[in-house]
Each structure stands twice: as structure tokens, then as C-alpha cells.
Design a protein around this ligand. Structure first.
Ligand code: NAG
Ligand code: NAG
Length: 435
């Protein structure tokens, strides 16, 4: 920019005194040009606005010095101070440009992402007539990557049915419940289930009961984190292990062990969402969502504020398809659990799944489905409602999860008596809640 005017300037000058001053001016000009070339190499819009204006002004000044035969050194001083001011302004501009560049990059990433999705999902389409359009909720599955865990891949090949299986994590503390868990799964005739053994004792227990078991390799990174890390690191383990199943291309019905299986759940799934989960809700409203009106009388005319509410998904029983949003969910949950002490995994799971994007936060875009709360029943529904209702108590759920009660083992056995062995009074001894 400014440097281009060097040639004519030199030729037009004869007095050596002036030459030296002009050399200084030129040096300043060249340096200034270099600074700008260095700062704005990419032709950002800032370059086409502010920067040329500044450098143009400086270039004009230099030309004037040459053409007026160096009338005073004042001009040089002016130039110098102008240069200093410009340098300061540069620092500020540099900072602003760095910030803008980052923002532009982020925007570009978003644009790219949207373009890639169009490529993946096919051509852009016109919207159909009124009432005929449907948004996408079933995301494509990932390409299976066996290299992630070849040993697990071999096990899953044998045990999964149509690339689906039930997975539970267990250690010796839950051995009794685990036995009720797999005994009922076997009785229902479900072949595709697996236990991730977190200790040697449970691995042996499963093997001796013909239960497919996957024992984690103690040298694997995730597990050593879990062993050496605090509680929050361990609670993230479930989500990290699950990730490998999805990467291998399998849909997982993740199951706690305090669950009694009464029918084959794979006959009752929709498979249209990234996550299909049982709910902690206990009726239509709490399970499936409702408009809860918040009343603030002081606001007078606008005293009613409407809120969207729903009871949380149960992170102890959900079906997750091997898609990018699903894996992102697992990563986000595991990441937060490893960073935040005292976070409850179920709360984090729900927050990641439901909170929308907002300033400073990009929400997850995963498709969700709430399971039928009478088929995938929590123990509050069973003990508060169903057992006291002549009609509902005759219907057999798919599973019952004893998530609302601490006396899990006793209630699990009673549920088996009630639904499997037909003992109609087996649930009677238990109070609705815990005592
Ligand atoms: C496990 O399977 C083997 C072979 O199918 C059978 O002989 C054995 O009785 C089974 N054990 C149990 C505990 O079911
Ligand atoms: C709950 O929803 C189901 C299905 O929409 C409906 O059949 C049933 O009557 C509802 N129950 C209540 C108590 O509103």
C-alpha cells in the first residue's frame, strides 16, 4: 500500500537533508504497511473498511512531505504521533478482529454443518401442502467402527439380535438383584442381554449362570480414571462404556438391575428417536408434559405465566440408538460428570437432553420419546396407582423399575409373585412410599 509510492518520492527529492527525513517517513510508511499486511492478511471486511482508510491517510501525508520539499520537521513529528496513535488503534483493532474472526469461524462451522446435513439427508425439498409435512426425528445411524473395541465387537456379534441388546452394569453390591434381573429376563425368553461386570466376582457369577458378560480390561483408560477418580468420575463411567456400544453400531437398552422384566421390551419400542426413555412421571401430565400456570397476583393483568413442565426421564432405563446426537449426549453427560463434583447423573442426563440453546450455550438436538408409563412402569405408579385399581392391576407391564423405593430387593420379589405367580396379595404388605 504505502510502500508502492517509494519510487517517485525518491526521484523527486534532491536535498539530502530532506532525504533523510523522507527516509524516516518512508521507513515509517513501509513499517506501517507491513504492520497492516501482517494484521490483515485474510481480507476480512475490516480490511476493506478501516485499515485502508488509515493507511491511505498516511500515504497521503508521505506524498505531501515529498511534494512540498520538506518545509518543516513538524510534519515528521505529526507523522510520528499519528503513527503512534495508529499503532495503539491497531492493537485495539487486532483484538476486535481476532474476536470477529472467531465468531465468523463459528458461524462458518454452523453453516458447514447445515450443508453437510443436506448432503447426508438428500436434496433440499419444497414444503408439501398443509398438514402433510413432518420434521425429521429418526437420525441415521453411524457407520460401525469395530476398531474401537474388537473384543467387545466379537461379544456383541454373538449376543445381539438385530443389532440391539439390553445392557446392565453391575458390581458385587447388587448381586442379589442382578440374579432376579437375569432370571426374569431369561424366563421371558429374551436372548439379547449382557452384563458389564465391574469386578471379578460379578464376572464369575454371570459366567456360572450362563449370562453373557463383558469384563472391562482393567488397563483401559476409562476404567483407570474411574478407579482412581472420585465418585463423579465413576458415575460418568456408564456413559463412557455405553459410547463404545454405539460406536460399534448397536442400539442399547440400558437397564439398571432393580428392574423386573415381564415381557420382551424389544416388542414395545418405536425406534424413531435417538433416545426413548422411561419416565419418572406418574400420570399423563407428569409423564408426557403439561402447561403449568405460575400465578403472580402482583402482576395484575399479566399475573399468569405459563410454564412447560415434565417429570424427568429415568436414566436407569432408556433405549438409545447409535446416532451422532446420541453419542454427543453421552459425551456431554460423561464430560459434565467428570468436571462437576456432586452432580447427579440423572439430572445431568435430563438437562443435556432438554435445555434449549441460549446465549452462551448450544443445546443438544436429539430426538426424544417418552415410553408408555403403564408399560414401562416405575414403582410409584405401581404402588400408588396400579395395585389399587381393579382394571390397571390386571394389565401386565413390560417392566417394573423399583426406582422409587429403597427396599428394592423385597419389592422386586413381590412384583414377581404378583405378576408371574399370580399372588394377588403379594404387593399388599408394602406402603405406597418408604417409611
Ligand atoms: C449353562 O449352559 C450349559 C450348556 O448349555 C448347561 O449345561 C448348564 O446347565 C447351564 N447352566 C446354568 C446355570 O443354567
Ligand atoms: C391419558 O392418556 C391416554 C392416551 O392419550 C388416554 O386414553 C387416557 O384417558 C388419559 N388418562 C387420563 C386420566 O386423562
Amino acid at each position: 500500500m504505502a510502500g508502492r509510492r517509494d519510487g517517485p518520492l525518491m526521484r523527486n527529492n534532491e536535498q539530502s537533508f530532506c532525504k533523510s527525513k523522507i527516509t524516516i517517513a518512508i521507513a515509517i510508511g513501509v513499517f506501517f504497511g507491513c504492520v497492516f499486511a501482517f494484521l490483515f492478511p485474510n481480507g476480512l471486511f475490516f480490511v476493506s473498511n478501516s485499515a485502508p482508510i488509515l493507511s491511505h491517510r498516511l500515504a497521503n501525508s508521505i506524498t505531501q512531505v515529498g511534494s512540498t520539499q520538506c518545509e518543516s520537521s513538524e510534519r515528521i513529528n505529526m507523522l510520528k504521533s499519528e503513527f503512534i496513535a495508529a499503532s495503539e488503534k491497531n492493537t485495539e483493532l487486532k483484538k476486535q478482529i481476532r474476536e470477529l474472526t472467531e465468531k465468523l469461524q463459528l458461524a462458518e462451522q454452523g453453516k458447514d454443518h447445515a450443508q453437510k446435513q443436506v448432503l447426508v439427508l438428500g436434496d433440499q425439498k419444497k414444503a408439501g401442502p398443509f398438514g402433510t409435512v413432518k420434521g425429521l426425528r429418526t437420525n441415521p445411524t453411524v457407520v460401525p467402527d469395530e476398531s474401537v473395541n474388537p473384543r467387545l465387537a466379537k461379544i456383541l456379534e454373538k449376543v445381539a439380535v438385530q443389532r440391539e441388546l439390553i445392557v446392565a452394569l453391575a458390581n458385587s453390591n447388587v448381586k442379589e438383584m442382578l440374579e432376579v434381573w437375569f432370571t426374569n429376563i431369561k424366563r421371558v425368553g429374551i436372548p439379547n442381554f449382557l452384563v458389564v461386570a465391574l469386578d471379578e466376582d460379578i464376572a464369575k457369577f454371570c459366567e456360572s449362570n450362563n449370562v453373557t458378560v463383558y469384563k472391562r480390561d482393567p488397563d483401559e483408560g476409562v476404567d483407570s480414571i474411574a478407579r482412581t477418580g472420585g465418585n463423579h468420575a465413576v458415575s460418568g463411567l456408564k456413559f463412557r462404556i455405553l459410547r463404545e456400544f454405539l460406536q460399534l453400531g448397536y442400539s442399547v437398552l440400558l437397564s439398571d438391575v432393580d428392574i423386573v422384566y415381564l415381557q420382551n421390551p424389544f416388542n414395545h419400542l418405536y425406534r424413531d428417536s435417538d433416545v426413548e426413555s422411561m419416565t419418572d412421571g406418574h400420570d399423563n401430565r407428569t409423564a408426557y408434559g403439561f402447561n403449568d400456570v405460575f400465578d403472580e397476583p402482583a402482576m395484575g393483568w399479566a399475573r399468569y405465566a405459563h410454564t412447560m413442565r415434565m417429570w424427568v426421564y429415568n436414566s436407569g432405563f432408556f433405549y438409545i440408538r447409535p446416532t451422532i446426537p446420541s453419542i454427543e449426549l453421552l459425551d456431554r453427560v460423561a464430560g459434565r460428570l467428570s468436571r462437576e463434583s456432586n452432580s447427579w447423573d440423572q439430572a445431568v442426563f435430563n438437562e443435556e437432553l432438554f435445555f434449549p440453546s441460549h446465549p452462551g450455550y448450544a443445546g443438544l438436538h436429539a430426538a426424544r420419546r417418552t415410553m408408555d408409563f403403564y408399560l414401562f412402569m416405575n414403582s410409584k405408579v405401581l404402588f400408588k396407582t396400579v395395585r389399587n385399581d381393579a382394571t390397571l392391576s390386571k394389565l401386565k407391564p413390560v417392566i417394573v423399575h423399583v426406582n422409587y423405593h429403597p427396599d428394592k430387593f423385597a419389592r422386586m420379589k413381590a412384583i414377581v409373585e404378583f405378576y408371574v405367580n399370580g399372588k394377588r396379595d403379594a404387593l399388599k404388605p408394602f406402603p405406597d412410599g418408604s417409611e
